[in-house]
Design a protein around this ligand. Structure first.
Ligand code: ARG
Length: 659
C-alpha cells in the first residue's frame, strides 16, 4: 500500500480544473513528524497561489473543497498559511491492516513488467585480501539487488572482479623473486597475501623516493606563489582585499599540506633505510614499479609462464573472497571479471576508431570528450588496454546479453570521473536505451576520522573485522546475566548462531544506515548496542514479537481467524501509530529504488521498531481486556514481526527467533 500515491491521485483529480500541471502540485505531499498535524501534509497552496494570483489560504480552501478523500481521511484541515493536514481514518487503517494479515508480501505489490536491472557490485581487485573498503559496495549492492528483485524487477547481479590487473603483476613478480613454491602450494592464500604485501611495500618505497624531488619542487613553487601574493598591492580596492586574504590563506594551506606530505614520505623512507636488510632489498628492486607493470603486460600479451601462474593463483584468490561472501550471505548471478573481456578489447578500440570517436595522440588511442579536460585513454602507447576499455567492453556485452533497462555501478565516489566518461562515451557508442547510474559511496573512517587503517598502516582485513564484530556481539547478547532469562536455556550452538547473526547484521546495517554518499566512522561498540540505531535493536524487536506469539500459542492462521471474527479496532494511540507505520513499507522501498538509497529502509525499520516498542510498553497483549482488543494487538504483533523480518532480509540482515 502506497498511501501518498493514493492521495496524490485524488489531489490530481481535484487540481485538474485549477492548473495545467496537477501532478506537480499533487506530488507535494509529505508525511508529518508531529502527530498534531495529522499523518500527511500537502504543501501545495503556497506555490500554487503564486500561479493563480490568490491568497494561499483561499487556494487551500478551494482544493480541500474539491478533493475527494472521504474514504481515506478525516475532513482535511487547513493550518497556518495554507498547509493541508490529512489524518487517516481509523476505519481505513483497520481495513488495510486486515488485508496485510493474509498477504505474504506485507502489502507491497509486485510490478507487472519485468524490466531488467543489472547491478555491478562488490567487484574487488583480487590477489589481495578484502579490506574494510569492500564492505560498502558489497552490502549496498546486495541490498539494492534484494529490494529491486522483491519489487518485481528482473535483477542480474554481476561481480566485476579485478582479476586481470596490476595486482597480478604484483604477485607474479613477488612469486618469481621472493616466492617459495612449496609454501605457496601448501597454503596459497596467506602466502600470496604475504608476497603481495612485500612487493607492495617495495613499490611504495620506490614511489616515495621518486616523490621527494617532486615535493621539494612543488613546495618551492608554492612558496614563490605565496611571495608573489604577499607583494601584490591591493590597498586601493577594498573588495579585492577579502579575495586576497582568501588566496593567501589558500597558498599557506597548500604549503602546509605539501610539507606534511614531505615529512610523512621522508619518514617512510627513513624507516626502510635504517634497516640494513630492508635497505639492501629496496636498492636491489629500485625499479620494481616498472618491473611489475611489465609482468602485467606480459600476462596480457599471453606470455606462457605468467598465464600459467595466473591460472594457478586465480582460483585461490577466488576461494579467499568466496569465504567472505559466504559469511556475509552474499551471492551473485555472475562473476565474469575483467579477464572475461580481455579478448574483446581490441574490437572495442577499433570500433571506437571506425566511428571516429577515438584518435591516436602520442602513440596512445584516446577518446576526446567535449565536457572533459583530459581524454579517456583506451590503449596506451605500449599496447596495454585500460580499466576504461574493459568497462566499455563490459557495457557492450551486458547490453547484448541481458538487454537491461538500467545498469547500476555500485562503486566508490572517487571513481566518479571514470564513470562520467564511460557514460558519455557509451551514449556516443550507440548504447542509448539504458539508464546508467553510478551508485557512488563515501569512505569508511576509523575513530580518528581518517580512512580506516591498522597500526601498521595497511587497510584492516575484512575477515578480521567480521570476527571482531561477532565477538563483540557475543559479549553483548550472550552475556550470562541475559542468558539466565532463557527457558529452555540457550545451548552453545544457539549462542554461536545468535552471535554470528547479530555481529554480521550489525556491520551491514550500520553501513547501510548512513546515506551512501557520506563518509562514516566505524565503531563496533555503537553498531552492536541493544539500544540505539542498530540492527541489534531491530532484531531484538523482532525476537520480542516472536516471544509474545509463542507465549500466546497463536499461529498466524489463528490470528487471521480472530481478526475475521472481531475486526481491527484501536483503543490506544500507540496501536494506531504502529499500524500506520506497518502500512508504509512500500513507500520506503520505492524511495530506496528512486534514490538508490538503502538508508531509507533502515530509517523505516528503526522507526517501526520504535513504534513497536512504544506499543509493547503501553498495550497488554496476553492480558488484553477483551478478545476483540487482543485480536487487534495480536495482529499488530504478527505484522510487526513480519515487516521487520522482511525489511531486514531486504538489507541482507537475518533474524533469530530469540535473543
Ligand atoms: N575493481 C574495481 C576497483 O576495485 C571496481 C570495479 C567496479 N566496476 C566496474 N564496472 N568498473 O576499484
Amino acid at each position: 500500500m502506497h498511501i501518498p500515491h493514493l492521495m496524490q491521485k485524488r489531489f490530481e483529480n481535484a487540481l485538474e480544473s485549477m492548473t495545467s500541471t496537477p501532478e506537480k502540485y499533487a506530488s507535494m505531499i509529505r508525511s508529518t513528524s508531529d502527530p498534531n498535524h495529522g499523518d500527511f501534509q500537502v504543501n501545495l497552496a503556497m506555490p500554487l497561489s503564486k500561479e493563480l494570483g490568490k491568497p494561499p489560504r483561499d487556494v487551500a480552501g478551494e482544493v480541500v473543497g474539491a478533493v475527494d478523500v472521504a474514504d481515506v481521511c478525516e475532513p482535511p484541515e487547513i493550518a497556518g498559511p495554507g498547509f493541508i493536514n490529512l489524518k487517516l481514518k481509523d476505519d481505513f487503517i483497520a481495513a488495510e491492516i486486515t488485508k496485510l494479515i493474509g498477504d505474504a508480501r506485507c502489502g507491497v505489490p509486485k510490478r507487472k513488467s519485468n524490466d531488467t536491472i543489472v547491478i555491478d557490485f562488490s567487484s574487488p581487485n583480487v590477489a589481495k585480501p578484502m579490506h574494510v573498503g569492500h564492505i560498502r559496495s558489497t552490502v549496498i549492492g546486495d541490498s539494492l539487488a534484494r529490494v529491486l528483485n522483491f519489487l518485481g524487477y528482473n535483477t542480474i547481479t554481476d561481480n566485476h572482479l579485478g582479476d586481470w590487473g596490476t595486482q597480478f603483476g604484483i604477485i607474479i613478480y613477488g612469486y618469481k623473486h621472493f616466492g617459495d613454491p612449496k609454501a605457496v602450494a601448501a597454503d596459497p592464500v596467506p602466502e600470496l597475501a604475504k608476497l603481495y604485501r612485500k612487493v607492495n611495500s617495495l613499490i611504495e618505497f620506490c614511489k616515495a623516493k621518486k616523490r621527494i624531488p617532486q615535493l621539494t619542487s612543488e613546495i618551492e613553487s608554492a612558496k614563490e606563489e605565496l611571495a608573489q601574493l604577499q607583494s601584490t598591492d591591493i590597498s586601493s580596492d577594498p573588495k579585492a582585499e577579502k579575495k586576497h586574504k582568501k588566496s593567501l590563506a589558500g597558498a599557506e594551506r597548500k604549503i602546509g599540506s605539501l610539507q606534511s606530505e614531505l615529512s610523512d614520505t621522508q619518514a617512510k623512507i627513513d624507516a626502510v633505510e635504517q634497516d640494513p636488510q630492508a635497505n639492501a632489498e629496496a636498492i636491489k628492486h629500485a625499479d620494481i614499479d616498472k618491473a611489475v607493470l611489465e609482468e602485467t603486460a606480459k600476462l596480457h600479451r599471453g606470455d606462457e609462464e605468467n598465464l600459467k601462474l595466473w591460472e594457478e593463483f586465480l582460483p585461490n584468490c577466488k576461494d579467499e573472497i568466496n569465504r567472505v561472501y559466504d559469511r556475509l550471505g552474499v551471492t551473485f548471478d555472475h562473476t565474469l571479471g575483467e579477464s572475461f573481456y580481455h579478448k574483446m578489447l581490441g574490437v572495442v578500440v577499433s570500433e571506437l576508431e571506425a566511428k571516429g570517436l577515438a584518435s591516436t595522440s602520442d602513440g596512445a588511442v584516446c577518446v576526446f570528450l567535449d565536457a572533459f579536460d583530459a581524454p579517456m585513454i583506451v590503449r596506451k602507447q605500449d599496447g596495454a588496454y585500460l580499466y576504461a576499455t574493459t568497462d566499455l567492453a563490459t557495457l557492450r556485452y551486458r547490453q547484448n546479453e541481458f538487454k537491461p533497462t538500467e545498469i547500476l555501478y555500485v562503486v566508490d565516489t572517487r571513481q566518479s570521473e571514470h564513470f562520467d566518461k564511460i557514460f558519455a562515451v557509451a551514449h556516443e557508442f550507440g548504447l542509448k536505451d539504458v539508464k546508467l547510474v553510478h551508485v557512488n559511496f563515501g569512505t569508511v573512517l576509523g575513530e580518528d576520522g581518517r580512512p580506516m587503517k591498522t597500526r601498521s598502516g595497511t587497510l584492516i582485513g575484512l575477515e578480521g573485522l567480521l570476527d571482531d564484530a561477532v565477538e563483540r556481539a557475543r559479549q553483548v547478547v550472550c552475556d550470562p546475566e541475559r542468558l539466565k532469562n532463557f527457558d529452555p536455556p540457550m545451548d552453545a550452538a544457539e549462542q554461536e548462531m545468535v552471535a554470528e547473526t547479530v555481529g554480521i547484521g550489525a556491520i551491514k546495517f550500520a553501513d547501510l544506515s548512513h546515506h551512501r554518499t557520506s563518509d562514516y566512522k566505524f565503531s563496533l561498540d555503537k553498531m552492536i548496542a541493544l539500544e540505539g540505531n542498530t540492527s541489534t535493536y531491530v532484531q531484538y524487536s523482532y525476537a520480542r514479537t516472536q516471544a509474545i506469539l509463542t507465549r500466546a500459542e497463536k499461529l498466524e492462521s489463528d490470528v487471521y481467524e480472530m481478526v475475521q471474527a472481531h475486526g481491527i479496532t484501536f483503543t490506544h494511540p500507540a496501536e494506531r501509530t504502529l499500524a500506520v507505520s506497518l502500512l508504509r513499507l512500500e513507500e520506503a522501498l520505492l524511495t530506496v529504488h528512486k534514490d538508490y538509497a538503502p538508508n531509507v529502509l533502515v530509517e523505516y525499520l528503526l522507526d517501526t521498531a520504535r513504534n513497536y516498542s512504544r506499543f509493547n510498553d503501553n498495550c497488554h497483549v496476553l492480558k488484553a481486556e477483551t478478545e476483540a482488543i487482543q485480536a487487534t494487538r495480536l495482529a499488530l504483533v504478527t505484522l510487526s514481526g513480519r515487516v521487520l523480518q522482511l525489511g531486514l532480509s531486504l538489507l541482507g540482515v537475518d533474524v533469530v527467533g530469540r535473543m
